[in-house]
Structure formats: structure tokens, C-alpha cells
Design a protein around this ligand. Structure first.
Ligand code: ADP
Ligand code: GLC
Length: 489
């Protein structure tokens, strides 16, 4: 089977969030399962310098953007068995310091930039000698692919038509643009209707993916249900209900070759296992020491690593910690994003200098060290399509405290659900009192050494390996390939 993936991010080359981890692992584990995978992604600034393994090919793709011809040079890297990444070079569109924008502001030509990427994906899927059976696109940046494909087919210009799968990683980001950007796409006005790519008078890239793909998926079973409701559907719930029969939820996995606590992890100094947890205490003390917190093994340490955006429940966390920090606990946070939310956390640090450390920035090594050095991991997201850090936490023996939403609901077991299998703490109501109560529950568990150890041991044994996720995608691809032509518009 040949699968062509399109994504605006892929680890370790470009990343703003979990999309990059997910897509990189998808390619790698599908490849291992015998699928031939090509992944198309932009050649962002600095990639060639940082990754000399990326080679220029002599292939050039020409596409039309708003009637103008734009050229892409193709770079390539054989990532692993059966898995090649194709980097799309266009100096004006991609040689910038950000992926979607800079200093919290989106680039004003994002519609054009990602339309270009999508057009190149289309050209590669139809014209090269390597023909994909299915094209798997991720999130709004590639959302127009299925409709552009449909248009080519309608005009009788495609010989072999791949199937399409659109995976939604986060419905809060839809790629909504002014209607005049339609002219760039080359699509005629017949597509610009409420049952097509129009959304309240604007052009909506993700909606295009949802409406026109053969199948739609999202990154956890719970989120697949939630997005059918007005509470989580971000205005697209009606469209999603219309596609309910072709909508699946597949939980992301963890690439345990990267996220583990063995001596092969270059970010950690001390290895540990559930049976030999001594290294975890050393990582805790090393973290406290290096961050300038009192080195106290017996004080419960709560960690968090996150994009600091509304979704992640940062405001709620600020309110709850304001209370909880009157008790002997420590809180360490790494993240960046919305300046107001950064300020919420920095205020906590000023108010509780002996108990709180906030690092504003992006730091992979520190993220592993916080996962390893913490006793509990806070993830009070208002909604969470999948979430990766709660699963990383489980493997690192760090008990997750999560709002019961989306993938957090699917990956953490609370004692109220199953006492013998509990791996973490879930709170249902999205308010600071419920979160505070969850933090107090954590303290009570921490004090009961045997119970705390039982949570930790079960969490470390939990298995979210990518082999299983890749198999679920493979089954889904087979199902989509067996289905006849789609019945939607
Ligand atoms: P989202 O994609 O919504 O941001 P996920 O939990 O799926 O949430 O994935 C977040 C990923 O980004 C994780 O791999 C996490 O470790 C990483 N991450 C987020 N913020 C930072 C940061 N400041 N430094 C390092 N890694 C970060
Ligand atoms: C998105 C979601 C996150 C998910 C990630 C990878 O960024 O916010 O929950 O884990 O995509 O699928």
C-alpha cells in the first residue's frame, strides 16, 4: 500500500505542538508495518543547515496560484524503512522564522502559503511515477486537498484517483480566510456554498477537508464523539454530524524510543523503572536544584509543559494554584504562548518564589526533565483532542491530573472508574474548585506511600505504543480503500 501524507509540521524538523510528534510517528510506524509512505511538508528556514541529511533532488513542481505559476524545488530525506520525507522549497512562502506566524500574529498570507503546499501535494499525488492509494492530510493547512482533487477529477484531468483521509487534530484551528482568497484556489463559485467550503461568508480550509474527504478522523474516540456537539464542535458540529458515518477516532500513540526513562534517553541523567525508581528521585532533586527551588524529596512536585493558550486551562490552573500553593507543594511549568497566560503563571512565581518555577520558552530537554522529575502532571485542558503529555507522564511514572475531556478521558483511568486499574486523577466539571479538589486528592495519594506507588507502577506499565495506533490507521485505510465512491457532494 502506498500512502502519501501531507502535514505542515513534522518532528524533529518543525513543531508547534503534538501534530508534529503524531505525524512523524505515523510515518515511521506505518513504514515498519510494510506500508510505503511519503510525507510532504515545507522546507522551513534553517532546516538544511540543521539537518545536512536532507538532500536536494532535481525534481521541480510547478503549480498555479491565482493564475500565476509558482515553482517548488523538492528536497528529500529517507527517514526510515519505507518512509521518505519530501520537503517543499519555496523561498518566499517558507523561508521565515515561524511556521504559521511570528510574535503571536499569523502571517497575513497563510491562505496562499498553505494553498501552495496543498497544490504541490496534489501535483505529486497525480503526476509523479509514485502513485498513492490514499492521501492522508492533517489539519486545516492541507484541508483543501480533497476539494482540489475533486475539481481535477470533475474536469476529467486525473487518471488514477487516490482516496482521501482528513485527520482533525484540533477543531479550534480551522483556517478561516476572507472570501476573496477563493480566487487564489482556482475553484469556481459553485464550491463556495454552505454545503461546500463556505463558512458564514468566509473560506474555511478545515471545513473543505471535512466535507470532501472520503473519510474523516480525529485523534481520540472521545473527541470524535464530542465534536458532534455544540460545546466542542467549534461551529462545525452540523457539518460533522452530516459525516458521522465516515468519522472515526483513533487514539495517538507514544514513540517509546524517544519517550522513555532508560539510559538511552539523552535528556536524562538517571535511568529508572517502576521497580527501581531511585533515578526518578534523583531527577527530581536535580530539577529542583537546577531551577533554584528548595531540594526537597518529600514535597510533591507538580509539572506542566504546554502551549499557553486558552484551551489548556491555564487561567483555571492559576486560580486553583493560588489556593493550593498555600500548602507545601512545588509547581514547575515550561511553556509559551499567550502573553496574558504567561503573566498568570509568572505572577504565581512572584507570589510563591520558593514553590514555583515558570520557564517561558521551548526546550525539549527540559520537557523530558520535567516529565521525569515531577510526581504529578497537570493537564486541566478545557478540551483536548488527544494530548500527548499525559501519556508521556504515565511512562515517566508521573501521575496525570486531567480534565475529563477528549483523549484525556480515553487515556487516564480514575479510581472512581476502576479502583484496581487507576492511573491518574480526572475531574469532570471545568472549574477551579474541581481542579483544586483534584490537586488535594493528589496530595492525599502522595501521603499514602503504597497507594502512590501503585498508581505509579500501573501508569508506567500502561501501553500506548504506536504499533497499535499504526495498525488502527492501516485498518482504516483498508476500509476506505474498499469503500466505493463517496456519497457526499
Ligand atoms: P498540543 O498539540 O495541543 O500542543 P499535545 O499534548 O498533543 O498538545 O502535544 C504537545 C507537544 O508539544 C508535546 O510533545 C510537548 O512536550 C510539546 N511541548 C509543548 N510546549 C513545549 C515547550 N514549551 N517546550 C518543549 N516542548 C513543548
Ligand atoms: C493537537 C491537539 C492535541 C493532540 C495533537 C496531536 O495539537 O491539540 O490534543 O494530541 O494535536 O494529535
Amino acid at each position: 500500500m502506498n500512502i502519501l501524507i501531507g502535514s505542515s509540521e513534522v518532528q524533529p524538523f518543525s513543531k508547534t505542538g503534538g501534530l508534529a510528534d503524531m505525524v512523524a510517528a505515523l510515518g515511521k510506524f506505518l513504514g515498519r508495518a510494510g506500508v510505503r509512505v511519503r510525507l510532504v511538508t515545507p522546507l522551513y528556514r534553517g532546516l538544511i543547515e540543521r539537518h545536512p541529511e536532507i538532500r536536494r533532488t532535481d525534481r521541480v513542481v510547478r503549480v498555479s496560484i491565482g493564475g500565476r505559476e509558482e515553482k517548488a524545488a523538492i528536497y528529500e530525506w529517507e527517514a526510515s524503512e519505507n518512509y521518505t520525507i519530501e520537503f517543499i522549497d519555496h523561498v518566499h512562502y517558507f523561508q521565515r522564522s515561524g511556521i504559521y506566524g511570528e510574535r503571536n500574529e499569523d502571517y497575513s498570507d497563510n491562505a496562499e502559503r498553505f494553498l501552495f503546499l496543498t497544490r504541490v501535494l496534489l501535483a505529486l499525488s497525480l503526476e509523479s511515477d509514485w502513485t498513492p492509494d490514499l492521501v492522508h492530510i492533517h489539519d486545516w493547512p492541507l484541508g483543501l486537498y480533497p476539494v482540489l482533487l475533486r475539481d481535477v477529477v470533475a474536469r476529467g484531468k486525473a487518471r488514477r484517483v487516490p482516496k482521501t483521509l482528513c485527520t482533525i487534530h484540533n477543531l479550534a484551528y480551522q483556517g478561516i480566510f476572507p472570501p476573496d482568497e477563493l480566487a487564489l484556489t482556482g475553484l469556481d463559485a459553485s464550491y463556495f456554498t454552505p454545503s461546500g467550503i463556505e463558512y458564514y461568508g468566509k473560506l474555511n480550509f478545515l471545513k473543505a477537508g471535512i466535507v470532501y474527504a472520503d473519510h474523516v478522523s480525529t485523534v481520540s474516540p472521545a473527541y470524535a464523539d464530542e465534536i458532534l456537539t455544540s460545546e466542542y464542535g467549534c461551529g462545525l458540529e452540523g457539518v460533522l454530524v452530516g459525516r458521522e458515518r465516515s468519522l472515526s477516532g483513533i487514539l495517538n500513540g507514544v514513540d517509546y524510543t524517544e519517550w522513555n526513562t532508560t539510559s538511552s534517553n539523552p535528556h536524562l541523567k538517571f535511568a529508572y523503572t517502576a521497580n527501581r525508581p531511585g533515578g526518578k528521585m534523583r531527577e527530581k532533586k536535580r530539577l529542583q536544584h537546577d531551577l533554584g527551588l528548595p531540594v526537597e524529596g518529600k514535597v510533591p512536585l507538580f509539572g506542566m509543559i504546554s502551549r499557553l493558550v486558552e484551551q489548556k486551562g491555564v487561567a483555571l490552573l492559576g486560580e486553583a494554584l493560588e489556593q493550593a500553593l498555600n500548602h507545601r507543594i512545588q509547581f514547575v511549568c515550561l511553556g509559551s504562548g499567550d502573553p496574558e497566560l504567561e503573566a498568570v503563571l509568572q505572577t504565581l512565581e512572584q507570589r510563591f518564589p520558593d514553590r514555583v518555577r515558570v520557564k517561558i520558552g521551548y526546550d525539549v530537554t527540559l520537557s523530558h526533565r520535567i516529565e521525569a522529575g515531577s510526581d504529578f502532571y497537570l493537564m486541566p485542558s478545557r478540551f483536548e483532542p488527544c494530548g500527548l503529555n499525559q501519556m508521556y507522564s504515565l511512562r515517566y511514572g508521573t501521575i496525570p491530573i486531567v480534565h475529563a475531556a477528549g483523549g484525556l478521558r480515553d487515556s487516564v483511568v480514575d479510581s472512581n472508574e476502576d479502583n484496581a486499574r487507576a492511573t491518574g486523577i480526572k475531574f469532570e466539571a471545568f472549574n477551579s474548585a474541581a481542579l483544586l479538589e483534584a490537586i488535594y486528592r493528589a496530595r492525599r495519594i502522595y501521603k499514602r506511600v503504597e497507594l502512590f506507588r501503585a498508581y505509579r507502577t500501573r501508569g508506567m506499565a500502561a501501553d500506548f505504543s504506536w504499533e497499535r495506533t499504526a495498525k488502527a490507521y492501516l485498518d482504516l485505510y483498508r476500509r476506505v480503500l474498499e469503500e466505493g465512491p463517496a456519497a457526499n457532494p
